[in-house]
Ligand binder design. Structure first.
Ligand code: G6P
Length: 611
């Protein structure tokens, strides 16, 4: 939520910032703004998308080699020009961009107002830059020192970048809870919320840690912690390719990411599975594998789509590894007094690796002595660094706000984890183990077969695009898929949709069914197939419109449903990797046909770094 980009070096800063903001727009798109140092300190900002800012600046000559940029997901104050970042300090000599929430901002604002400070916006961020200036004036110290002293009194989360008229080529940056990456070039440095605005220029990055302050000029990066102790930065070399963060000919990132799944699921397994040799290995788990093998209970934490992946993992872990599993919304877990006993293991799932609630839940579980495994996509993000061990999903950058390839990659990795533990515990037979490895390796080609039915799904989308409600029903392994299908549709098309366990339909949702209600059944040939067929009959009896995802050559449901979408057969435990794909495509096409912005749905952000 909120994207930050900054530059100091030998290039024109404005194009670097503008391009960077476009890459970070998935983090928030309520407003955008930049500040440039060019003798003066000038702020330009606008409600709306980055292109609105660009249009408003098209006749300006914006020459500067130092600047900051921000794209906002509103927390305090409406999305408008005034609340857009950057914000000036009271004297106008300092400007700030901020991602996060300053929780004690109203007390600080009151204190500063009593001293005569006047605020233009309703934001917590403007309060912070006034506070920094106030500290500097009253302590008569350097700006760096003032930032440190001010941040010591701040409660909340932040990634900030500050520039000042008095420091013509310097960026001051600090973080706690919200991410910041420094790009290291030759005679130039970049700063951003993630590496996507940076990799066009350099692959060398430094991840700023919580409670660190960096003072960055063209030539140098100096990092200290909030106690003023210098730390030695470690330069990571990223393997990210520029083309991975571009649309590559697709109309939308979401469509590109759906179509990437044969590759991304393959990448999740690459070097980890070899069915011919009977090998399955997740290098990141090795040192802590015995903790999982001996776990008395597994607690899975996540939010949104990652929570749905956790539900699939619950079924797989219990089935194969015979360990009791609880799946928790991280946001709920962190605010009750959860019981963590000796022998409990926590698995935290997150695409971005930055979700504030998941991070806080991890810290809580850690404080109670749990061993934490992470399943994350973004390399070097906060969650992998906060966990004891884990495995990256290797899906590649996911930019569409609605998660697609990250989900299938998460399920792939979690399934591999469950099989590894089951093998080590001896809770699956050698022949099932071998069969699962072969089946897993066949998944990418099977996803491709579903993607080849793209035109059929587009046709079905056209039939249902004007529906006002949708029900998604599934059982067993397809229950989490029903939840995920409903989430995809509601978040990008704004059609109200609910996912339900098919048998629970009788306890409420059946009352909603009439001749206008589309009901999507995920009715693959598995152990609950017959039961789901009965549920389809119940919907038909009430004139509901049935659309079913079925296994190839099903032969039966075709006669009951208005439409069927066939998916290839696979082992029951792996079905979610296939059955979710038509639902992603259905949501995508309906949203496009309704004229929605699928990559940047209203009110949402991809990386939720505030609670
Ligand atoms: C946001 C995104 C979702 C995502 C969820 C959890 O709501 O829009 O797509 O599933 O956050 O994010 P994470 O990065 O932790 O998986």
């Amino acid at each position: 939520m909120c994207g930050i980009v900054a530059y100091t070096g030998h290039r024109e800063a404005y194009p670097v910032l503008l391009k960077g903001l476009k890459r970070l727009e998935y983090r928030g798109y309520d407003s955008a703004g930049i500040a440039l140092l060019n003798g003066g300190l000038n702020v330009y900002k606008k409600k709306g998308k980055v292109t609105d800012l660009e249009t408003s600046l098209k006749d300006q000559h914006l020459h500067s080699t130092v600047g900051i940029g921000h794209t906002r997901w509103a927390t305090h104050g409406q999305p408008n020009d005034v609340n857009a970042h950057p914000h000036y300090s009271g004297s106008g000599r300092i400007a700030i961009i901020h991602n996060g929430i300053i929780e004690n901002y109203s007390a600080l604002k009151q204190e500063l107002s009593n001293k005569g400070h006047r605020f233009l916006s309703e934001t917590d961020s403007e309060v912070l830059v006034h506070f920094i200036e106030d500290v500097q004036t009253h302590s008569n110290c350097s700006l760096e020192e003032a930032i440190r002293l001010a941040l010591q009194q701040v409660v909340g989360a932040y990634a900030i970048v500050v520039i000042s008229k008095d420091h013509p080529d310097t960026l001051f940056a600090a973080r706690k809870g919200s991410p910041l990456v420094i790009g290291v070039g030759k005679g130039e440095h970049f700063l951003a919320s993630d590496a996507t605005p940076i990799i066009e220029y350099t692959n060398d990055v430094i991840y700023l840690d919580d409670l660190e302050i960096a003072v960055i000029t063209r030539e140098s990066v100096n990092i200290k912690n909030l106690e003023d102790v210098r730390t030695t930065p470690y330069i990571h070399t990223l393997e990210l390719e520029l083309e991975a963060i571009e649309k590559g000919g697709y109309d939308h990132f979401m469509l590109k990411e759906i179509f990437e799944q044969p590759r991304s699921v393959g990448d999740s397994m690459r070097g980890r599975i070899n069915s011919a040799k009977g090998h399955l290995l997740l290098g990141g788990l090795r040192d802590y594998l015995n903790k999982l093998v001996n776990a008395k209970r597994v607690v899975i934490l996540g939010c949104g789509t990652s929570w749905h992946a956790g539900l699939v993992a619950e079924y797989v872990f219990e089935e194969f590894a015979r360990i009791p599993v609880e799946v928790e919304y991280a946001s709920e877990f962190r605010y009750r007094n959860p019981i963590i006993n000796e022998g409990d293991v926590v698995i935290a799932i997150s695409q971005s690796g930055e979700t504030a609630d998941t991070l806080a839940a991890i810290e809580l579980a850690k404080s109670k002595g749990a061993i934490i495994f992470g399943v994350c996509n973004v390399v070097g993000s906060s969650i992998p660094r906060a966990t004891h061990a884990g495995a990256y999903t290797h899906a590649g950058p996911e930019i569409g706000v609605a998660s697609t390839k990250a989900f299938t990659a998460q399920v792939t990795v979690l399934t591999m984890m469950a099989i590894i533990v089951a093998k080590a515990k001896g809770t699956i037979t050698e022949s099932l183990y071998r069969e699962l490895l072969v089946e897993m390796e066949s998944i990418p080609a099977k996803i491709q077969k579903i993607l080849d039915k793209h035109a059929q799904i587009e046709y079905i989308a056209d039939v249902f695009k004007d529906a006002r409600n949708f029900l998604f029903l599934g059982r067993g392994y397809n229950f989490p898929v029903a939840l995920e299908g409903a989430l995809k549709l509601k978040e990008i098309s704004y059609i109200h949709a609910e996912g339900y366990p098919a048998a629970e339909m009788k306890h409420g949702p059946i009352a909603l069914i009439d001749e206008e209600m589309p009901v999507v059944f995920i009715a693959t040939k598995d152990s609950s197939y017959e039961k789901v067929v009965s549920n389809i009959q119940e919907v038909r009896a009430r004139k509901g419109r049935v659309l079913a995802v079925v296994t190839e050559n099903d032969g039966l449901i075709e006669s009951m449903a208005e439409f069927v979408i066939e998916i290839p057969h696979t082992h029951e435990t792996l079905v979610p990797l296939l059955s979710v794909v038509p639902l992603q495509l259905l949501a995508y096409h309906i949203a496009v046909m309704r004229g929605c912005n699928v990559d940047q749905p209203r009110n949402l952000a991809k990386s939720v770094t505030v609670e």
